[in-house]
Design a binder for this molecule. Structure first.
Ligand SMILES: [Zn+2]
Length: 295
């Protein structure tokens, strides 16, 4: 079994952690829909949450991914000129991995930041500026994104987003309501200062309770932030490693060194490192050299 094939079948810890951490919010979403179902159709209250969950299958339809990327994320299809740079690099990376490049869709993000990302089941996007990289650099970045796809990092993200949507929308509405609480308090000031304090505290507590119900992780965010970030960093190391196994290790290390040089160093403080979804470039270089890849 070749290295990249072995990586493909191994369970990825960052995928497992991402799924586990999504469970409470998904459960809240379905509960919210169940409560709405109770109001509108008590006998068949379960139809709404069950229907929503089943409708989540739409996130695996290519057209849905297309819609999210073009409408929500403002991506666009590459122009003919961009395609002449992008397509050969992508083809080379896919050939190295032994996968069919045609099953993926290439996108361009009109941004002047050097970046790329993988999403859903078939999306690979690069920023406009990334297309100006010399071909080995562009291939190395694309190999990292293919690594995310092959490790399954992105496959379920659109479905999780769909399943969390009802809870997220309601939580956002509640935050808006929380914004008017002090105004309501002030409105009852004519009944006395203590009435104002009581109304403000009661409304505030009610909203906090509802928010904790909709997003149980919310109260634990300070503790879970580092866990989530750590799981994302594991995914980044994994995608780097997969790109390196495809032969792009030296080029990736060269790119990270260049980023450090352009950024004037990579000395993030400990707390910033703990909460970052991407590892520091210096740590990414170290992980690759520890595995025997040289720049
Ligand atoms: Zn990545």
């Amino acid at each position: 079994m070749r290295d990249n094939e072995r990586a493909r079948v191994r369970v990825d810890l960052s995928v497992v952690l991402g799924a586990v951490l999504a469970v409470p919010v998904v459960a809240s979403s379905l509960l919210v829909l169940g409560l709405v179902g109770k109001l509108v159709w008590p006998e068949y209250f379960w139809v709404l949450p069950a229907g929503w969950a089943v409708a989540g299958a739409i996130t695996f339809v290519p057209g849905y991914e297309h819609l999210v990327l073009s409408v929500l994320l403002k991506m666009r299809a590459p122009s003919q000129g961009e395609l002449t740079r992008l397509a050969p690099s992508w083809a080379a990376v896919c050939a190295a991995a032994g996968v069919d490049g045609d099953r993926y869709r290439l996108w361009v993000e009109p941004s002047n930041e050097l970046n790329a990302f993988a999403a859903g089941g078939r999306t690979v996007a690069v920023t406009r500026i990334a297309l100006d990289l010399p071909r080995p650099g562009l291939e190395a970045i694309l190999a990292h994104e293919l690594g995310h796809h092959l490790a399954g990092h992105t496959r379920g993200t659109l479905l999780v987003h769909w399943l969390e949507l009802p809870a997220r929308v309601l939580a956002r509405l509640l935050r808006l309501v929380a914004w008017v609480v002090p105004h309501v308090g002030r409105a009852v000031r004519s009944f006395g200062r203590s009435a104002e304090a009581l109304v403000t505290v009661l409304l505030g507590l009610g909203i906090l309770t509802a928010l904790a119900f909709l997003d149980p992780w919310l109260l634990l965010t300070p503790l879970l932030g580092p866990v989530l970030a750590w799981s994302k960093r594991l995914g980044e190391y994994r995608a780097d490693l997969m790109a390196a196994r495809l032969g792009y290790g030296p080029e990736l290390i060269r790119l990270f060194r260049e980023w450090i040089r352009l950024g004037g160093g990579d000395e993030r403080r400990l707390w910033a490192r703990l909460l970052a979804g991407h590892p520091a470039h210096i740590d990414r270089i170290k992980k690759l050299t520890d595995r025997g890849f040289r720049g």
